[in-house]
Design a protein around this ligand. Structure first.
Ligand code: HEM
Length: 511
């Protein structure tokens, strides 16, 4: 290569010497340029050529993983960098990663994430198919990092018959009666939290404060009363480490986020074990008071193992402390920006005689309020905490003329669905009236549709959100310190800042 370039340089020298139009200075510059290129082009060119070759091999390899028995092509998209795929793009770009690809490719595109060739899917018809294909062509598949950090014996990691049996057992902790009991507890905790925020009389940071609320509420309904302040502090710090490192490459090397998350999981497990040891009675007057008690009863009956109970508690804790701060912060933002909605809610509570100081705001009293229902449905539409769900394809199927091959990962999208104009008119507007007349919509999937994998706690979460909204409106007024707070979307929707807010007691303002 060097010899060829030198020959080319000499030929050029000879040819340019014949050229009368070039001055000797120009000639020197030309010769110098060619010699610099000769010196540096070769070392520069070689890695580029090798790099392009590696990318082509990587693309060829992933394309070869398609199902050859299907006549459909793979969806558009690309696989990113060799081995890491587009994982780093996803981590660094956050939600823009999905946004850009959605705009470029439409409803379906291929990529390579967290070590797996992946197809991301959105569009109401498409994701309804995903829910129908559950257990037929698809199975649950969280990335290895999530499985190892949250636990491998969780409900979401179970498949087939094991999943149906375990889900049926766990569902007993989410009956209407159980949820009514939980909302009696969460009412006191939430009302105290609001009162404390109002007493501050200065700016509070809503993100860390709603996180504290989420931990208190989750400990109360998951673990019961036995969670001490010391346990609480440890749980908060360790679960926060787990959340921060959830979607990482599962390489257990000291110093990595994944390593820290695995150590944090061990700490959380030891706290849960201590709480289980101290738990004296699981039932009171034949009724379980918390989810752990429900699970321990199933364990005593031989339906669940100890490991399944422990992982089940971590899984539920995890979903709860991830999702609830997101919903609470979104509520604060959207209601503050829409005072007419707050006023209408206040009127509804007044008419239902729920503004009296002794009126209880539990699920049974709130579920009949139509405007409140419209408001919480709109909050969770415009601000779905989770972006989507992961599945592994067990049998190739077809979507929109493209193949979704066996062995690949599928990510179905929740948020893209809620933000598509084709599903919700003026989707960016907070408009509870879109839900009037008890309207339902197949495109509204914050809990993962209605399939066998939908959120097991969805009725509890809705009841909690309705209660949070009602208690806020009944007891407080609040102002945002930033007019339009920005939100990050990954791994869960949260304000980018700490969301500074000032609360006031509503009664203190005589209204
Ligand atoms: C706070 C808001 C919450 C939202 C938006 C939410 C949303 C979801 C979604 C979308 C799924 C389905 C995931 C998938 O398709 O892969 C799911 C599953 C699940 N959620 Fe929730 N969740 C929330 C809170 C909770 C809470 C508080 C708990 C427990 C106390 C919980 C327990 C679960 C469990 C156990 C599953 C797995 C169900 C299965 O695989 O059968 N979630 N959740």
């Amino acid at each position: 290569m060097r010899i060829q370039l030198f020959t080319y340089q000499t030929q050029l020298e000879t040819r340019t010497c014949n050229c009368q139009n070039l001055s000797s200075q120009e000639l020197q510059v030309l010769i110098m340029t060619v010699s610099i290129i000769g010196e540096y082009l070769y070392p520069l060119l070689l890695p580029i050529v090798l790099w392009l070759f590696a990318i082509s091999l990587w693309t060829y390899y992933n394309n070869s993983l398609k199902d050859r028995s299907s006549s459909c092509p793979l969806p558009p998209g690309n696989y990113g960098l060799p081995f890491v795929g587009e994982t780093l793009h996803m981590v660094f770009q956050g939600w823009k990663f999905y946004e850009q690809r959605k705009q470029r490719y439409g409803h379906l595109y291929k990529t390579h994430l967290l070590g797996k060739p992946t197809i991301r899917i959105w569009g109401t018809e498409n994701i309804q198919k995903i829910f129908q294909y559950e257990n037929l062509s698809l199975t649950m598949s969280w990335p290895t990092s999530v499985r190892n950090i949250v636990g491998s014996r969780t409900l979401s990691a179970a498949v087939g018959g094991q999943h149906s049996t375990r889900r049926a057992l766990m569902s007993r902790a989410f009956t209407n009666r159980a949820i009514q009991t939980y909302t009696i507890r969460t009412e006191e905790i939430t009302a105290n939290w609001i009162a404390k925020c109002c007493d501050e009389n200065s700016v509070i940071q809503a993100v860390p404060e709603t996180r504290k609320l989420a931990f208190k509420v989750s400990a109360a309904i998951l673990l019961g009363v036995e969670c001490s302040a010391e346990h609480m502090v440890k749980l908060i710090s360790n679960i926060n480490i787990m959340i921060a490192n959830l979607f990482t490459l599962a390489i257990d090397v000291p110093g990595t986020g994944y390593h820290k998350a695995i150590a944090a999981r061990k700490e959380v497990l030891s706290i849960i074990r201590e709480i289980i040891k101290k738990k004296k009675s699981y039932e009171e007057k034949g009724e379980c008071l918390d989810i752990l008690s429900h699970l321990l009863v199933q364990c005593e009956n031989g339906h669940l193992t100890h490991a399944e109970v422990e992982d089940g508690i971590i899984e539920n804790f995890f979903s709860s402390v991830n999702g609830i701060p997101s919903l609470c912060c979104s509520t604060l933002v959207h209601l503050a920006k829409n005072p007419q909605v707050v006023e209408k809610l206040h009127q509804e509570l007044k008419q239902a005689e729920l503004l009296e100081s002794d009126a209880s705001l539990t699920m049974d009293n709130l579920k009949e309020l139509p405007y409140l229902t419209q408001v919480w449905k709109e909050i969770i539409r415009i601000a779905a905490p989770f972006g989507g769900g992961f599945r592994r394809v067990t049998k190739t199927f077809e979507l929109e003329g493209y193949q979704v091959p066996a062995g690949w990962t599928v990510i179905y999208s929740i948020r893209d669905n809620h933000e598509a104009e084709e599903n919700f008119d003026s989707h960016a507007d907070f408009n509870p009236d879109r839900w009037c007349n008890n309207k339902s919509d197949k495109s509204w999937v914050p809990y993962g549709g209605k399939g066998i994998r939908s959120c097991i706690a969805r009725n509890y979460v809705s009841a909690f959100l309705a209660q949070f909204v009602a208690l806020l409106v009944k007891n407080s007024k609040w102002e945002l310190h930033e007019a339009n707070p920005e939100f990050t979307r990954f791994p869960v929707l949260l304000p980018r800042s700490q969301l500074p807010v000032v609360f006031h007691h509503r009664k203190a303002q005589n209204c």
